[in-house]
Design a protein around this ligand. Structure first.
Ligand code: KIV
Length: 271
């Protein structure tokens, strides 16, 4: 297992080479300077400024409410922290569905105002014109298929997608269309592992999974889930690496006890 420490900057070419060499790609979401700095220092390959910020940072039930201005604020904070990682920013709901010009204008704002390296967009055939137009402007595009959270009201459920043949076939076609349009990578969310394997084998570009099994070229998790900041969200695909909710809760309780008990600050903690 290589973590490519010798690579100074992750680019789309580096990611393509990782797929070619069979080296798995690591990706996490980030929304602020401090966490992005830690992830970058740990040599994460891709940081996604996901529209999941709408859930985990702003407390909304879905990703739909977050605005382009809010995504730009989060993305600029992340970009200020990084030296090595490739930073991808989600086009939020309502910033691209109108037409390809709208999609390009939103992308240009993200690229100019944040310094990020690429964008992610949800959907397949229906957004292909936008993907082509954004790429023709020189911006790397990451696709996102399967459970696309911006369509949650159409799906009506967060259950596994593409378990039926027709939806699985459409997903495979959409993945090929995205690759042909020039996308540099695709995220597959919450689909059967065997379908994700088929997609990863059919494509030349990296396929990164979340709840899409072990046969894809890389994995992404939402940082709050990976670090155990969320306690309620427990899907089968999630592996928690810390239990930060309980650790922060305990630390906060101890701080309150120390303040109330006049233990903090002590003689050495004052001027
Ligand atoms: O917004 C997000 O965090 C995402 C990941 C779940 C891939 O799109």
């Amino acid at each position: 297992m290589s973590v490519n420490k010798e690579i100074k900057r992750i680019t789309t070419h580096v990611l393509q080479k990782m797929k070619h060499d069979g080296e798995r790609i690591s990706m996490l979401t980030a929304y602020d300077f401090s966490m992005a700095k830690i992830f970058d220092d740990a040599n994460i390959d891709i940081l996604l400024v996901g529209d999941s910020a709408s859930n985990v940072m702003a407390g909304h039930e879905t990703t739909l409410p977050i605005t382009l201005d809010q995504m730009i604020y989060h993305a600029a904070s992340v970009v200020r922290a990084i030296k090595r990682s490739f930073v991808v920013v989600d086009l939020p709901f309502g910033s691209y569905q109108g037409n390809s010009k709208e999609a390009l204008n939103s992308t240009i704002r993200i690229m100019k105002e944040t310094g990020a390296h690429g964008i992610k967009i949800e959907g397949g055939e229906e957004i292909i014109e936008s993907v082509k137009r954004i790429i023709s402007a020189g911006v790397p595009v990451m696709g996102h298929l399967g459970l696309t959270p911006q369509s949650i009201y159409k799906f009506g459920t967060y259950a596994v997608r593409a378990t039926e043949e027709a939806e699985a076939q459409k997903l495979l076609n959409d993945a090929k269309l995205l690759q042909d349009a020039g996308a540099f990578a695709i995220v597959l969310e919450k689909i059967p592992a065997q379908l994700a394997k088929k997609v990863a084998e059919a494509l030349e570009i990296p396929v990164i999974g979340i709840g899409a099994g072990k046969y894809v070229d890389g994995q992404v998790l939402v940082m709050h889930d990976m670090l155990g900041i969320n306690k309620e969200f427990k899907p089968r695909f999630l592996r928690r690496y810390l239990n930060l909710y309980d650790q922060i809760l305990d630390a906060t309780k101890q701080y309150i006890t120390d303040v109330k008990g006049r233990d903090f600050p002590n003689d050495n903690e004052q001027y």
